[in-house]
Every structure is written in C-alpha cells, then in structure tokens.
Write a protein that binds this ligand. Structure first.
Ligand code: MG
Length: 380
C-alpha cells in the first residue's frame, strides 16, 4: 500500500517531572522534547517522540533535532510516497548522524503504516520480522541517585511493593559500592543492577570488582559513552555481565561490541540507534549471538513509551525494560488512558491499530513552546 504524506507538524514541548531525576551527568526537573505528527493524504495521523536529552547525553538536543527535521528529514520524507517506513530510512542515509531526530520521524511513519495495515504496532512488527510478539512485557524501574543510601533503600522498597520486576540504581563515583551494597543487604533476592552512565574509566576496575559478588544482573555502561574497546578489556575481568547502552549507536556498533566481547547484554534505545528499523536489526543480531536485550527509556511521554512497549514485545527482549507506568514520571501523561503497572509487574502491549494509544492534543498544546506545520506542497 502506498502512503502519501500531506503534512508534518512538530511540537517543542516541556513536561514537568514529578520529581527531579539525577544521574551521573546531572539532574533533570523538566523534560524538553519534540513530538512529530505526520498526516497522510487520507487523514491517517502518526505520532513520534524525540527520545533524547541535553548535550550531556548526546550532541543532539531538541534544537538540533528541530533544525535537522525541518530542513532535511521532513523534505526527504515528503520526496515520494512510501509503502514501508524502511524506504524512508534509506532516504535518511543522506544525513549523517542525528539518529534521535531520524527516529522521531520514523516512529510516526511506523504508527501510520501499522494503522494502514489495520494492526497494532506490535502485531505489525511481528508481521515484518516473522517473529511472535507478547501481549504483556515485564518491566523494571530506574531509580536516580538519592540523597543517601538509606533514602535509596526506602525508594527501592516502595517500587518492589508496587510490583516492579527489576530494580536499577544509578551510580556515580563516590556513590557506587556503598549504594549497591545497601540495597543488596536490604533485598537479598531482588533482581538488581547498576547503571554508571559512562562515569568511570578502566582505572576504576576495582570499583566493579567490589560489586562483583553482589549478584547483580549487570553493570550498565561503566566506561565512556562512545567506547567499545575499553569495555572489551573490562568485561573479561568481571563475572558480572556488562550491558552496553550509550555505546550502541547503530547495528554496526552492536556487531563490533559482540565480536570484541565488550558486553554480554545490550540495552536497545531505538532513538539513539537511529530508529525502529535499526533497533530491529540490533534485536535480531543479538538473538543470533545469544545476547539478551532489554528496552531502555528516556523519560518518554506515553507516545514514545507506546513505541518502546511494542518493540519490547519482540522475543529477544528477555530482560525487564525501563518501561515504567506513566505516573512514574508525570502527573498527567499526553495519552489517555495512561500506561499502568499490572499486578504481576508487567505493562500491557496496546492492541489498537498503530501505537494504540489516544494522544490528547489539548494536553500536547498546553505543553507546547513552539509549533511548526509543514505541508508537502510547500516544499515540492
Ligand atoms: Mg543507561
């Protein structure tokens, strides 16, 4: 089926977080992001969300994304009708990098393509990959750095009570071994992992050796954000699996990391990887190599969350993802109904066509700082 885009809109939005979120690279109190709304000639509407952060996370910010989308990617999407979002991904190769911007627009196209096929996005991904998808996915929670190890233990207790299947704590130098030990002592059976967000170097190997007997599921991204080689030197010194997150910017990075033994687990972030097409390729490559994956989060609203949930329904997502309920981060989500945690620590994969969630445009507009609408005939 040929899909012709008529209009693409962008919204630069600001969403206040319920509580500040601290990682090794800073504190976030309000999430600024972009939403992309694509409309076909037949009136089908698709949504995508830019899944980035400030320049401490990537060279891409919501402002670079606005520029690259407006001046390059949107014109490429309008260039010709498409039958499969992967056709448009091919066109995006004309722009190097800017993966998160590409992914935001690609997401809206997948939403449209699934709706045109009359399928939920998860069912559509099942159709295009030939793989089965689940209707519920196990979820974990990611907890920012707390004022003290005692406060952290208290936070963890609350989330375990809510039923989250896995606890991830953020660490940074000086707040690592003591925090991880305190949580492990309080909850000997909990599925526990740490995320260093690239705050260490190979010189810090002893920090990780001290955590090696805590029965952690994994140590996420201990070393530099674009490193693979140093991780390949660290992994053989540890029993605990290393999970790469920030280092994986493409299927090629995943292939190199697996070949070098730099990690035993990968956290797939569809945005940073350049979109759903690349995320599917990484998923399949990891499955073939016996490397389990899980789905990371970027504090997305329900729009980006819905895409992540559909992706995480694929079979090699065997570990719980950072896909908390909507009320974990925001007082009011942009979708209704919001994502809620089931009693068994899972989220339901939406079954309605496309992303399968209702975007409340009134709330989008309330959060909007800047809006742009581009018609295809204004460009061609
Ligand atoms: Mg991470």
């Amino acid at each position: 089926m040929s899909i012709t885009l008529e209009r693409i809109e962008m919204f630069h939005i600001a969403m206040p977080l319920l509580a500040p979120f601290e990682t090794s690279f800073g504190v976030t109190t309000e999430r600024h992001t972009l939403l992309v709304k694509a409309i076909t000639r037949d009136g089908v509407v698709g949504w995508g969300e830019w899944a980035g952060d400030g320049p401490g996370y990537s060279y891409e910010t919501e402002h670079t994304a606005w520029h690259i989308l407006k001046d390059y990617l949107i014109p490429l999407a309008f260039r010709a009708p498409f039958s499969d979002p992967r056709d448009v991904v091919q066109r995006f190769r004309a722009v190097r990098g800017h993966n998160i911007a590409k992914a935001a627009l690609e997401a809206a196209l997948w939403d449209i393509a699934a709706q045109q096929a009359g399928l939920s996005l998860a069912a559509y991904l099942s159709q295009v990959t030939g793989l089965p998808t689940r209707d519920r996915i196990p979820v974990g929670v990611s907890i920012g750095i707390q004022p003290s190890p005692e406060a952290l233990v208290e936070r963890v207790a609350g989330f375990l009570e809510q039923g989250y299947q896995r606890i991830k704590i953020k660490i940074k130098p000086g707040r690592d071994v003591t925090d991880a030990r305190a949580v492990r002592r309080a909850f000997p059976q909990a599925a526990l992992m740490v995320d260093a967000n690239s705050a260490y170097t190979l010189q810090d190997v002893n920090v990780f050796k001290q955590m090696d007997d805590l029965g952690l599921m994994m140590i996420e991204q201990p070393l530099d954000y674009d490193d693979i080689y140093d991780h390949s030197q660290l992994q053989p010194q540890l029993n605990t699996p290393i999970c790469l997150d920030e280092s994986i910017h493409s299927p090629d990075h995943a292939r190199a990391a697996i070949a070098l033994g730099a990690c035993r687990i990968i956290n797939i972030k569809q945005g940073r990887s350049g979109g759903l097409t690349h995320a599917l390729a990484i998923h399949n490559m990891c499955a073939a190599a016996g490397v389990p994956v899980w789905c990371g989060g970027m504090l997305e609203s329900g729009i980006g969350r819905a895409l992540n949930v559909a992706l995480a329904a694929l079979p090699n997502f065997t570990l719980p993802g950072d896909l908390s309920a909507s009320n974990r981060y925001y007082a009011e989500d942009l979708i209704d109904p919001p994502f809620t945690l089931e009693a068994d620590g899972t989220l339901r994969v939406p079954q309605q066509p496309g992303l399968g969630v209702n975007v409340i445009e009134q709330r989008v507009r309330r959060a909007t700082l800047q809006h742009l609408s581009v018609r295809s005939d204004a460009i061609q």
